[in-house]
Ligand binder design. Structure first.
Ligand SMILES: [Zn+2]
Length: 710
């Protein structure tokens, strides 16, 4: 089955900048992360064309678009080094080295869970849910029996008032329309509550409203279609459990998507701010702060106060929410939409409880599901890998039991070394005025490092008590206990001094990703990304710098790019660039965007430089910082550096999901290596790239943002 990579544009109010095209997440109990095969028929098929697509480099991230023999490094560095991996992943789901390696994480923690000689309260609690969700026979027996009473209550609703009463009831443990998490808007504030839509088809925290935007652009349409199709498939299984036939499932999906779109399209994506005026993002960060009364007034017919009370989040002094989204949502909450509201509530309850109930499906669907689960993690694992259950315990277990003890210290030192490198580069940038320099350096000095764990530690699970099966415990009841426990942990955080690690409490730290958090001014390295691909004891500098070094370097630079520079060292809306310097910075990045826009991805499809400029700049700076450190090391092997980098960031996607990548705010992975390698001396001085080679770029065309050569 195919795995769909999600579009990464991040919903504005989240403000986390990930290094990679998004991994799925299960934040807030929204739609399941790992996506199943889809029937997206649209897409660019290289096979239809006799020539391979992509200029000056063949777009080898698309399956079926690979030269018959390995190109030379001087012409296409990425494909040269990653050729074997790309060749081996031409069929089916394609591949992504970082995500492939995430299985090391899963295997390691699974081994700990299944090793009963390992004891401890958290692990023992986790094992209760793990064994219950892994007991396929018991789940089948249970079927929908535990969920049915909730579905029946939704079915019994006859009016909007009754719906509101149901959502307000303290014994209705679901919030099918609102996701609420603890976050802050700067490090000098206190923790407050951030509100998001609880979408069915799209993860509001990771993908924002991108799939719902109206667009004339055929690639954007294909991307939305492809990213939604996997979610549609899962919802189909859920609706089948309600006894619907294929025709009514298709109708229901269409109805639900139409309903979700009514407010989904009002949720902007992070990429939007690249195109807005400097300062706009910081302004919105302040403008979108409300009291509970104000929040309720923005969507008056919805039982907001009661919904938040059920999530133990009605005591926050302030709430962060995208106003256009909340207003649009408020407008959908009317009697006319009651049918869609009820159907959505049922679909959301079914989606949230997927791992914790049986699913009586047809033979055909059962086979499809079996195929999907063979390709991803087990139900038992998935049940525990949720922010509502044990994702934090899985992450902590991996760090404690499976990573070398040196990992945290060495990765922290490397991050600090990269920060110091940026301080040097910024300090020696002649186009930048002293005032801006000072503010950027202050920001770098205050950058918090959350390496393998959040500052202050993970949630304390010592008070969690689940019921084992022999005491009458069931997976669903235990899931709901876990969720309430999460709410209790979050309630304790609200009103406390701002956390610089808020993202760790609503994005699973098990994901293979890292991010910069604008509000917390923090670098976050999630345990899920620290596999042997990026870190082993004694890993040579060439590998360390080209993998995790490039990654962290990329993230740090987000702190003072067009978006990050709108906030100061404390996440407050004070620009770190003077007006004069911001326009010089934009000149640099515009040049970079224009350079990308001249690259052809497929016949007739050019890269969209403006869409990817923020991430392209972060890549450029990340590689620069890593190479600066490399330059100080004796006998540094640059072949190995670029070889490893290509093999860490190698990715192959099936043709039908290519539009998702093409619309992503990150450049294609082959370009992330080749374009940036072109900008720096080592490929010319050390690897012998010369004029006439495809990798060659004339010195006056090379773009560097920071440092004496900028
Ligand atoms: Zn980034």
């Amino acid at each position: 089955m195919k795995r769909i990579k999600r579009v990464v544009s991040v919903a504005f109010v989240v403000m986390l900048a990930f290094v990679l095209a998004a991994c799925g997440g299960n934040a807030g109990g929204s739609a399941s992360s790992s996506a199943a095969g889809a029937d997206a028929s649209a897409g660019t098929s290289a096979a239809q064309s006799s020539e391979l697509g992509g200029k000056p480099w063949t777009t080898t991230v698309v399956a079926g678009n690979l030269p018959a023999s390995r190109p030379e490094a001087k012409d296409d560095m990425y494909t040269h080094y990653a050729y074997d991996y790309i060749t081996a992943h031409q069929e089916g789901a394609g591949g992504n080295a970082l995500e492939d390696h995430n299985s090391e994480f899963r295997d390691a923690v699974t081994a700990v869970i299944e090793d009963n000689s390992k004891t401890g309260h958290d692990l023992e609690q986790l094992r209760i849910l793990y064994s219950q969700a892994g007991d396929a026979k018991k789940l089948e027996e249970l079927g929908l029996s535990e969920v049915k009473p909730y579905l029946d209550r939704i079915d019994a609703v006859k009016s909007l008032d009754e719906m509101n009463a149901l959502l307000s009831a303290s014994d209705f443990p679901f919030s099918p329309f609102i996701t609420a998490v603890v976050k802050t808007n700067d490090t000098r504030a206190t923790n407050m509550v951030g509100l998001y839509p609880n979408f069915l088809y799209s993860n509001a925290i990771l993908t924002g409203g991108a799939p719902y935007q109206d667009t004339e652009d055929p690639t954007a349409q294909q991307a939305a279609q492809a990213s939604l199709s996997a979610a549609v498939l899962y919802t189909g299984f859920d609706l089948e459990a309600l006894g619907m036939d294929n025709a009514s499932i298709a109708d229901a999906n269409a109805q639900l998507m139409e309903f979700e779109k009514q407010h989904g399209k009002s949720l902007e994506s992070n990429g939007t701010y690249v195109k807005k005026d400097f300062g706009e993002m910081a302004k919105d960060a302040r403008a979108f702060v409300f009291t509970l009364d104000e929040l309720c007034a923005l969507c008056p017919s919805f039982p907001m106060r009661e919904t938040l009370a059920n999530m133990k989040k009605d005591k926050s002094e302030k709430y962060l929410v995208s106003r256009p989204w909340l207003e649009a949502f408020g407008k959908t909450w009317n009697a006319e939409n009651l049918d869609s509201i009820k159907l959505m509530a049922k679909a959301k309850v079914l989606a949230e409880t997927r791992c914790y109930r049986g699913e009586p499906v047809s033979k055909e669907s059962a086979e499809m599901l079996a195929q999907i689960s063979a390709a991803s993690s087990s139900n038992a694992y998935k049940a525990c890998d949720s922010i509502n259950t044990f994702a934090q315990v899985l992450a902590k277990t991996y760090v404690d039991e499976s990573l070398p003890a040196s990992a945290k210290e060495r990765l922290t030192n490397l991050s600090q070394q990269l920060i110091n490198t940026y301080k040097d580069l910024v300090g020696n940038t002649s186009w930048l005025g002293d005032e801006s320099k000072q503010r950027i350096i202050e920001k770098l000095d205050h950058m918090a490092l959350n390496v393998l764990e959040p500052t202050g530690g993970y949630f304390d699970y010592s008070g969690l008590e689940l019921k084992p099966t022999d005491q009458g415990g069931t997976p669903l009841a235990n899931y709901l206990t876990c969720k309430q426990y999460r709410y209790d942990c979050e309630a304790k955080m609200i009103g406390q001094p701002a956390s610089v690690s808020a993202g760790w409490f609503y994005v699973e730290p098990t994901i293979a990703n890292a991010f910069y958090d604008y509000e917390g001014n923090s670098i976050n390295i999630m345990p899920g990304i620290v596999t042997s691909l990026l870190y082993t004891d004694g890993m040579p500098d060439e590998k360390l710098l080209s993998g995790i070094g490039f990654t962290v370097g990329h993230e740090i630079s987000h702190g003072f790019d067009y978006q990050g520079a709108q906030m100061d060292a404390y996440g407050q809306p004070n620009p770190v660039f003077t007006d004069e310097d911001v326009s010089k910075f934009v000149d640099k990045t515009t040049k970079l965007a224009q350079y990308y826009s001249g690259i052809e991805l497929m016949p007739g499809m050019m890269a969209d430089g403006q869409n990817i400029v923020a991430e392209a700049n972060a890549d450029l700076c990340g590689m620069h910082a890593a190479l600066e450190i490399a330059g100080k090391s004796e006998n540094f092997d640059y072949n190995e550096f670029f070889n490893n980098m290509s093999n860490v960031f190698v990715q192959v996607v099936p043709a039908q999901t290519f539009p998702i990548l093409a619309m992503d705010t990150h450049p294609l992975n082959n370009l992330r290596i080749n374009v940036n390698a072109q900008m720096f001396d080592p490929i010319y001085d050390k690897l012998g790239v010369k004029e006439g080679d495809v990798m060659y770029l004339a010195p006056d065309k090379r773009i560097v943002v920071w440092g004496p050569k900028a």
